[in-house]
Design a protein around this ligand. Sequence first.
Ligand code: FPP
Length: 251
Amino acid sequence: MSEAEFKQSVPSAFDVPRHVAIIMDGNGRWAAARGLPRVEGHRRGVEALRRTIRAAGEIGIKIVTIFSFSAENWSRPANEVGELMGLLRRFIRNDLAELHKSNVRVRVIGERAGLEADIERLLVEAEELTKTNHGLTLVVAFNYGARQEIVRAVRSIAAAVKQGDLNVADIDMHMFAGFLDAPDIPDPDLIIRTSGEQRLSNFLLWQAAYSELVFVPTYWPDFDRATLEGAIREYRQRERRFGGLVAQTGS
Ligand code: FPP
């Protein structure tokens, strides 16, 4: 579909999801299908990521969250973990200036403790450099697990109660969400998982309460603007009711 046709098929900006979160799955299978090492799938996955960030900005999506390294990914073979760390380093070193020029604001969620010092510095640098940008927000979930994020929030709340800064009776959903890793980021309207797997795998469990889930068979390295547009079309056909009766479209 051409850009003009796609725009024409969008009744209003209201129908474009404000926040799209993506589980970038299938890099290993993409590589295996071509007789290539798994790491080659991850490398090609970075190219798909670049394409997706560009397309999302053009389509009018405001926030993209990517699951780039899960808290559970440490259990992979050391060379694959090393390659994923290397890809993050190279992505920030090579692409940060370009992202900044394109007005992208980078945010990072996940556990910082336990990361190598230079990786932590790069993540902080990316957030600092781009913090006043007002284009697309790219939320990088790195060393991220949703249950771990919830436990971190519970610990902070318990510490505040113990300090006498918070009353147990004042804890509600809104306050709880304020203790999560990026409380100012609205919940995802749409979560896309590639590769045909149909589960959330410990991604944004709290924030996904009312998200529409779209599963596409495409392996992540093949993901492109057309796949993203297809997922958005499916999203538009869903009725979002947020537990009520009145149908709503978009966010
Ligand atoms: C899942 O594929 C993907 C990952 C575990 C990592 C995602 C990482 C990238 C797309 C590139 C890195 C990007 C940055 C910014 C660091 P899989 O290996 O689980 O695939 P499989 O299920 O086919 O084995």
